[in-house]
Design a protein around this ligand. Structure first.
Ligand code: GLN
Length: 565
């Protein structure tokens, strides 16, 4: 009531022109926007899929039309993910604004259908460097700077600013790591304090193992984890139980008993046929009603149409009318998370074409001895992005195999560069052609360091990153048929590029250059003429959304389906 009166009062003084538009807006925001917070914590072990849970909760809220954004805390001291090894940490995700962030951001974007910004990623590295900068500037003059309150205040200040700027109804905060880790302890403490200031609920994502010997779901790890969370001064409002099989009534009752929570707050998050089903599964358990009530959100109508659309995507992923087999030839294939965006982009395209995708993960080094028979039964081949020499020759062999056997090919960043190398070697006869990344002394450096990269010493955040405009220069191309427009924006992450010295020669030998940067300086896409084969310097997989698949993946999959027929 008070809020409404204040807003009416504000409108009146705005009408009388006593305050300007900008001031009105700031005041309006301060009175009107009261963001509520949902904090997702992980317990027992890592890798339970907090990103999928966070995304699903946001999706549910967006079905109601609430304005929602995620924030992710990561305790490591790296400034961002850019300098991490995908083999250990999973894929490095890149946003439009050049930020190199945790792969969970990929999940948020795929579910929400939005392009997010780097400020939503708050790492230990960023927080510590900012606080030291503030201290040097004299912001804390006379004080000893401490984790509590200075660091925790800074964290809260940051998320409050974001919540205000975007006028969020709800912010969903995912705390990376597991409760009990030293790394994320100050983030968790900040969340305890946040709950003192703002309406906040906590979700604990836990793991329920099942021991084969006893055939029973065990809740003890969850009970201990709950105590650890309580020890931080936080009482979770919901417990989401990850398990291989649906949560048994017995396990649910036991957890409820030990945590003082009502049974309806202990939710099942057992394995589903596809991750995109989780919002539906949580809705079926009445999670939406609970959270709206707990957060005292303004009542809004559930958008049935949007929900049905999502459901139909999920159904097509679960039960497609046809299937194809796609080989992904990479060097980090043992850790599937390293190529998660490629995998999900295939899923999205598959949902659109009503086609299931069976991925055959192939370790590129295994293809170096010349035996490529493993590729014989596939309907399409992808060489994804990558860095460093290991496995390069195996990838080149795979590309040659695709070209010579007319198997649809999609090259992503490194996969495009190697498509050029293969063409130079095997069609143009430039023996030993290579990228200078792998052989700095090659006679034919068809791929070379971008001039803008020369002299750069620092490794963090210095590649050609983020969203770049690209012009499709040939209308009779796979590129144009896929995007159906002249200018497209895709995300990039690379230091090397097609060497313009070889443009003429490669073109004369039949390689199609179908897209360039608008200033015509950089080659963005190349194609084979006699069959489906396209390489892009960008990473279109990074912008693929469940409801808006990446165009190149759709046409690639379409070609794979046709070939299979
Ligand atoms: N290593 C190559 C480069 O830096 C390709 C990078 C990538 O695939 N993301 O240009």
């Amino acid at each position: 009531m008070l809020r409404k009166t204040l807003i009416r009062f504000l409108r009146n003084i705005q009408k009388s022109k006593e305050i300007g538009k900008k001031d009105f807006y700031i005041l309006h925001r301060n009175i009107y926007v009261q963001t509520k917070f949902i904090v997702i914590l992980g317990s027992v072990l890592s890798g339970l899929g907090k990103g999928v849970v966070t995304s699903s909760i946001m999706k549910i809220l967006s079905f109601y039309g609430y304005k929602v954004l995620p924030v992710k805390f990561d305790g490591y001291l790296n400034y961002d993910c850019g300098t991490m090894n995908p083999y250990r940490h999973g894929e490095v995700f890149v946003l439009d604004d050049k930020s190199e962030v945790d792969m969970d951001f990929g999940m948020y974007e795929r579910f929400l259908g939005k392009n997010l910004t780097g400020e939503l990623s708050i790492t230990g590295g960023k927080i510590f460097s900012e606080i030291i900068e503030k201290e040097r500037r004299g912001d804390y003059l006379g004080n000893d700077v401490q984790i509590i309150p200075h660091l925790t205040d800074l964290i809260i200040e940051k998320i409050e600013k974001i919540a205000k700027r975007y006028e969020l109804d709800v912010m969903v905060i995912e705390v990376g790591g597991t409760v009990g880790d030293i790394e994320n302890s100050y983030f968790i403490e900040a969340m305890r304090q946040l709950a003192l200031k703002h309406k906040t609920v906590f979700v604990d994502l836990t793991y329920i193992p099942k021991l084969d010997a006893v055939g029973e779901q065990k809740t003890k790890p969850t009970q201990y984890a709950f105590k650890t969370i309580m020890g931080s001064g936080i009482m979770p409002n919901y417990i989401l139980c990850r398990s291989s099989e649906p949560l048994s009534e017995k396990a649910r009752s036991k957890i409820a008993l030990y945590t003082n929570l009502d049974k309806k707050r202990i939710l099942d998050d057992s394995d589903l046929a596809t991750i995109y089903e989780l919002p539906i599964h949580l809705l079926e358990q009445g999670f939406d009603k609970l959270i709206i009530e707990d957060l005292e959100l303004e009542k809004k109508e559930f958008n049935k149409q949007a929900f049905e659309k999502w459901k139909s995507i999920v159904e097509r992923i679960k039960e497609p009318s046809k299937r194809v087999k796609i080989a992904i030839v990479g060097k980090y294939v043992e850790l599937k998370d390293a190529y998660i965006s490629v995998k999900e982009a295939l899923n999205h395209a598959g949902a659109k074409l009503d086609c299931g995708v069976d991925i055959k993960w192939i370790e590129s080094e295994d293809l170096e001895k010349g035996d490529l028979s493993i590729l014989k039964d596939v309907d399409g081949i992808i060489v994804p992005g990558g860095f460093g020499k290991r496995g390069i020759e195996g990838k080149i062999n795979a590309i040659r195999f695709a070209r010579e056997n007319k198997i649809p090919y999609l090259g992503l960043c490194l996969g495009m560069q190697l498509m050029v190398v293969e063409y130079a070697r095997n069609v143009c006869g430039l023996e030993g052609a290579n990228s200078t990344e792998f052989n700095p002394k090659t006679k034919y450096n068809v791929i070379d360091l971008m001039p803008s990269q020369k002299g750069i010493k620092n490794k963090g955040g210095t590649m050609r990153l983020g969203s770049w405009k690209c012009e499709i220069v040939d209308k009779d191309s796979i590129a144009y048929r896929s995007y159906k427009k002249r200018f497209v924006y895709e995300r990039h992450r690379h230091r090397y590029e097609f060497n313009n010295k070889y443009r003429k020669l490669l073109k004369e030998n039949g390689l199609k250059i179908s897209a360039l940067t608008p200033d015509k300086r950089l080659v963005e896409m190349v194609e084979w003429r006699s069959q489906f084969g396209i390489g892009t310097q960008a990473h279109p997989e990074l912008k693929s959304k469940a409801e808006e698949p990446a165009p190149l993946f759709v046409s690639f999959l379409d070609a794979a389906i046709s070939r299979k027929k």
